[in-house]
Design a protein around this ligand. Structure first.
Ligand code: GDP
Ligand code: GDP
Length: 454
């Protein structure tokens, strides 16, 4: 779906606008502070338009960086993850030097930008509104996020961008896949690179791995326009597959204090997870499956990403057979939610195993994108129910009527049934495991919703 990032200085009204667009339907809510709340992302409704919106305010971290530095990073992130940005300035306070810097960065990036002067209700805003023309980003929209003014105008400028995006997705075969044959053709394109994040504890070998992957013999297509050295997304081509790699601690200057580094790398990892399609959880073979590893792997699963577990520093292992058996056992026991996800052993130092990692990333991505035709799903459901009918709690017969795949990335299914609340968890798991096995969807989170018919 088309993704719009809202960028701008603190207090210009980003969150207010986000809330207005998304309402209460927040995609990411988590009561664990600092875990997933740091990025707000949701589905916006504006008239008949639907799109994803990201509030970059949530991306700010409490580092002691200067405001311009922070703004630059947030803006770069927006450029990397969104299809377009909505740059908000405050019509009441007028432009600041930081506004001008952000505008420069956006202009140079070539990324589609819409400019809006917020807080435009009333006369106090006129001067600031006119000033916004100075940014060289075209005609500003006059908005009032708080009062809901200018929303029709915003929709009018967004519509062509969203329409163009829909055409592009259709060209790439995204979201309109029907037959099995089409699935075979689904491949990342230069326009739509496969988005990968490498996450893991400090010293797991993330930077070594990334350097190895994008080493001399590979074609570097990044850093992307407007993205500077401590950059956040890197486009490159890995054996013929366009990819985009998201920021992890390994790609930036390391903090001096180890403790700080640890914190940084965890929250960076969390963010990278949100932006990625495939998350590579990198473990150190000597100390695999530590709590930090488990946490991030679990987060990736909960966020619905395709996960590949890579065990690094395999060159140091002596009893490989034995160690592999141990790893598999630990994987199944500690991360049951990732059942079927590929586990590959690699050595970032020597480069061994990288071909397997490449294959695992592609395969996971393909599965994550898979769409099963409705007719096959319903034959399958009939067989599943025939083999093992749902129970009849308190004599209420549960009828599963119909199944359809409502979404991909990750696969999500809806079953229409009577008494959805009465379906036991065990039965739901039976269906999910069946889908996974029968349609060969290992290692991807599968969502299953039971819906009643009214
Ligand atoms: P953020 O830091 O950019 O996310 O800004 P917020 O959304 O938190 O808004 C900062 C302040 O500006 C809050 O007090 C809002 O109530 C106020 N605000 C937001 N939009 C408008 C608006 O359209 N008009 C006016 N007058 N105030 C607004
Ligand atoms: P990061 O903190 O996850 O980015 O980890 P680094 O890439 O900085 O690696 C941490 C340490 O592990 C460095 O000393 C690397 O040289 C070492 N290292 C990384 N990958 C391997 C590997 O495959 N084998 C061995 N033996 N050492 C590795």
């Amino acid at each position: 779906m088309f993704t719009l990032a809202i960028v701008g200085r603190p207090n210009v009204g980003k969150s207010t606008l986000f809330n207005r667009l998304v309402g209460k339907r927040l995609a990411l809510v988590d009561d664990q502070p600092g875990v997933t709340r740091d990025l707000r992302e949701g589905t916006a409704r504006l008239g008949d338009l639907r799109f994803e919106v990201i509030d970059t305010a949530g991306l700010e971290d409490a580092t002691d960086d200067s405001l311009p530095g922070r703004m630059r990073r947030l803006t770069e992130r927006a450029i990397a993850v969104a299809d377009a940005s909505l740059f908000l300035v405050d019509a009441r306070t007028g432009l600041t030097p930081t506004d001008r810097e952000v505008a420069d960065l956006l202009r140079r990036s070539g990324h589609p930008v819409l400019l809006a002067a917020n807080k435009s209700e009333g006369q106090a805003a006129e001067a600031g509104f006119l000033e916004a023309y100075e940014l060289g980003l075209g005609e500003p929209l006059a908005l009032s996020a708080e009062h809901g003014e200018g929303m029709a105008e915003l929709a009018a400028v967004l519509r062509p961008l969203i329409d163009a995006h829909v055409d592009e997705e259709a060209d790439a075969g995204v979201g309109v896949i029907e037959g099995e044959e089409d699935l075979e053709d689904w491949r990342p394109t230069a326009k739509r690179p496969l988005q990968v994040a490498v996450v893991g504890r400090p010293n797991a070998g993330k930077s070594t791995l990334i350097n190895r992957i994008i080493g001399e013999d590979r074609l570097l297509t990044g850093p992307e326009a407007g993205i500077t050295r401590d950059s956040i997304a890197l486009g490159f081509d890995w054996d013929g597959v366009p990819m985009r790699l998201f920021d992890t601690a390994g790609m930036r200057k390391k903090a001096k204090v180890q403790e700080k580094l640890e914190k940084l790398s965890v929250s960076d990892g969390l963010r990278a997870v949100k932006f990625a399609e495939v998350v590579v959880v990198l473990l150190d073979a000597a100390i695999p499956f530590e709590s930090q590893d488990l946490r991030i792997a679990d987060l990736a699963a909960r966020e619905g990403r395709a996960v590949v577990v890579a065990v690094n520093k395999w060159d140091l292992e002596e009893n490989r057979q034995e160690k592999l058996a141990e790893l598999k056992e630990a994987f199944e026991r500690l991360l049951p939610q990732l059942r079927g996800a590929p586990l590959v052993t690699v050595s970032a130092r020597t480069g061994r195993g990288l071909d397997r990692l490449h294959a695992a990333i592609l395969k996971s991505h393909e599965v994550w994108n898979r769409r099963v035709p409705t007719a096959r799903l319903n034959q399958w459901l009939e067989a599943m129910v025939g083999a093992h009918p749902p129970p009849a709690p308190q004599g209420r017969r549960i009828k599963l009527r119909y199944i359809t795949q409502a979404k991909t990335r990750p696969p999500g299914f809806v079953v229409m049934c009577s008494h959805p609340d009465a379906v036991p968890d065990a039965y739901r798991r039976y269906l999910i495991n069946g889908l996974r096995l029968d349609f060969d969807m290992p290692g991807t989170p599968i969502r299953l919703h039971l819906r009643g018919q009214s």
